[in-house]
Design a protein around this ligand. Structure first.
Ligand SMILES: [Fe+2]
Length: 294
């Protein structure tokens, strides 16, 4: 890890927002030395059956930013989520901030641009986002330095964002008793995911890790914060004593038994647009359901 600018003495204030509908955790990450902050993985609410999109989850984040008089500098997507819609665009419109995602979002746009049969209005060049991060790219949040690690395997564009002594891992890994995310989405791969997890485990043992999801396995209360040391020791999929071969075997056996996420079809067409709802040729907001392609 010596090639990355890890700063364990920088300790951002982290405020978590748990979305009970999709088990997603969004974060406001604040610089302790200034009013600057970033938002990670914000949620847009949808009642899919009704086609109704609302902003309760996003407004909770916005209210928090306003109440504490924070300056939102970044809205970070750890990846193109398949299980919830992103409110990045809505939050940017309300309180500013630049939307950032991994550069391999282009791969996701190409794949799903075809699946949704998007026309030329949908650009596959990542231009819906303000910043496309490459592995190792650094950026500032107030006085804090942050950097992004490319962690493919769950999806091609997955990144872990390290901000001081806190890393936001997206779906690269789950809490120690939750294991890991599936690796069977288009562009996913179990062996690649294992290698990406090793990148995270190479961070200092005391690094705080913040999950994007927690499902409360075996009925335990929801939790979303752990450390590199705890994951190395206890993770049920890749912790002490588990080999890469064990991990690949487990994922390759389990993933085909998992159903598609409930919101994958609305999520991807919104999230590959940085949280913009697509419109038809008359300008009506409209979501598509491609039939028999997933
Ligand atoms: Fe995901």
């Amino acid at each position: 890890m010596s090639q990355y600018p890890v700063e364990m003495n920088v300790k951002p204030d982290v405020k978590a927002f748990f979305d009970e509908d999709t088990f997603t955790i969004s974060y406001v990450v604040k610089d302790p030395m200034s009013k600057a902050c970033a938002v990670i993985d914000p949620v847009l609410d949808i009642d899919y059956a009704a086609g109704r999109i609302t902003h309760g989850s996003a407004d909770a984040v916005i209210d928090y930013i306003k109440k504490h008089d924070l300056a939102l500098e970044w809205i970070i997507e750890t990846h193109v989520h398949a299980d919830h819609l992103s409110s990045a665009r809505y939050i940017k419109e309300q309180v500013g901030g630049k939307i950032g995602i991994g550069e391999h979002v282009l791969v996701v746009q190409e794949t799903f641009g075809k699946i949704y049969n998007e026309d030329e209005r949908f650009k596959r060049d990542g231009s819906q986002f303000d910043r496309l991060f490459k592995n190792g790219d650094t950026y500032k949040i107030g006085t804090m330095s942050a950097f992004a690690l490319h962690t493919p395997g769950h999806t091609p564009a997955c990144m872990v964002h390290v901000i001081g002594n806190a890393a936001f891992v997206g779906d690269t890994l789950f809490m120690p008793d939750g294991g890991s995310a599936r690796a069977d989405f288009p562009g996913g791969d179990a062996a690649t995911l294992y290698d990406s997890i090793q990148k995270v485990l190479a961070l200092p043992d005391e690094m705080r890790l913040f999950m994007c999801h927690d499902y409360g396995p075996d009925g335990r209360p929801y939790r979303w914060e752990t450390t590199v040391g705890e994951e190395k020791r206890d993770n049920i999929h890749f912790g002490e004593g588990k080999t890469k071969a064990d991990f690949v075997k487990l994922r390759n056996e389990r993933d085909p038994t998992l159903g598609m996420p409930r919101l994958i079809l609305p999520s991807l067409q919104v999230n590959m647009r940085a949280g913009e709802i697509p419109a038809d040729h008359d300008g009506n907001l409209m979501l598509k359901v491609p039939v028999n392609v997933l």
